[in-house]
Ligand binder design. Structure first.
Ligand code: NAP
Length: 259
């Protein structure tokens, strides 16, 4: 078996300094890919061989900067992983959300991917090859009401958009899939637990239990890990997944119990 199956491949992974994005970057580098990644602030301990671009991909200026670096330094990408996303809205439910909070959720969770896909897809189409993964969330089907209403709606839009893109670009050689994680123990998940604890005036352990219970429990008994998500993404980008297209892969320890 080839130890470096992605040798010679160029990848862009957004949000690759923490959590799942960092695990995805590590996995692709391990497999031989050349990786550009983005974050709003550069990491204290950058990974060897990874090109970091400091940019806020929730803005049009930020995605333009990233796309410019990719085109200048790589020419094209073989793999695009739109991983950036999250929720910074306060608790309090739907009525606590202002227009600005809705807009922020849509910009970071949906428009970051829309803009980068639009900038980098033409080169994939020209080469007749490429693979895109959108990181959505099980919240696109199972919204949490307390603090992530706009986030869940934006992820639902991202999943729907991912399918449209697959329909349009599959015939031109570009594979598009989405990965919907459940509760994955990352920095963002820890921040959500902390915010819930503050809102509820409870301990973080209590908030974590509430979060797991609000999801209906996790049958495997634990949250997932960033590395487990990274392995799934790497598989979807690889030739082993050559006929997997327009699909959504849920990775949630069976948090969603329905078929
Ligand atoms: N963790 C979960 O349980 C879970 C569950 C379902 C779905 N997800 C989704 O999985 C994805 C990754 O989540 P995570 O938990 O791994 O996140 P994380 O640990 O908070 O890491 C987020 C990464 O993205 C970067 N980032 C955040 N906002 C950015 C922006 N506007 N522009 C550029 N970079 C940005 C961060 O760096 P900077 O802060 O320096 O910008 C960091 O590198 C997200 O789309 C999230 O919605 C997570």
């Amino acid at each position: 078996m080839n130890a470096y199956p992605f040798k010679g491949k160029h990848a862009l992974v957004t949000g690759g300094t923490k959590g799942m994005g960092e695990a995805i970057v590590r996995s692709l580098v391990r497999s031989g890919a050349t990786v550009i990644t983005t974050a709003r602030s550069l990491p204290m301990e950058p990974l060897a061989g990874v090109r970091y671009v400091e940019a806020d991909v929730a803005s049009a200026d930020g995605t333009e900067r990233v796309a410019d670096v990719v085109k200048r330094e790589f020419g094209h990408v073989d793999f695009l992983v739109n991983n950036v996303g999250g929720s910074s809205a306060p608790g309090g439910g739907a009525l606590a959300l202002t227009d600005a909070m809705w807009d922020a959720a849509i910009q970071v969770n949906l428009m970051s991917a829309v803009r980068l896909d639009r900038a980098l897809l033409p080169a994939m189409v020209e080469r007749g090859a490429g693979a895109i993964v959108h990181i959505t969330s099980i919240q696109r089907r199972l919204p949490l009401f307390e603090s992530t209403v706009a986030y869940a709606a934006a992820k639902a839009a991202l999943a729907n958009y991912s399918k449209s893109l697959a329909n349009e670009f599959g015939p031109r050689g570009v594979r598009v899939n989405s990965v919907a994680p459940g509760f994955i123990e990352t920095t963002a998940a820890q921040a959500l637990v902390k915010r819930m604890a503050e809102h509820r005036q409870s301990s973080e352990d209590d908030a974590r239990q509430v979060l797991m219970a609000s999801l209906g429990g996790i049958p495997i008994g634990r949250p997932g890990t960033p590395e487990e998500v990274a392995e799934l993404v790497a598989f979807l980008l690889s030739p082993l997944a050559a006929s997997i297209h327009g699909a959504e892969f849920v990775i949630d320890g069976e948090t969603i119990p329905t078929v």
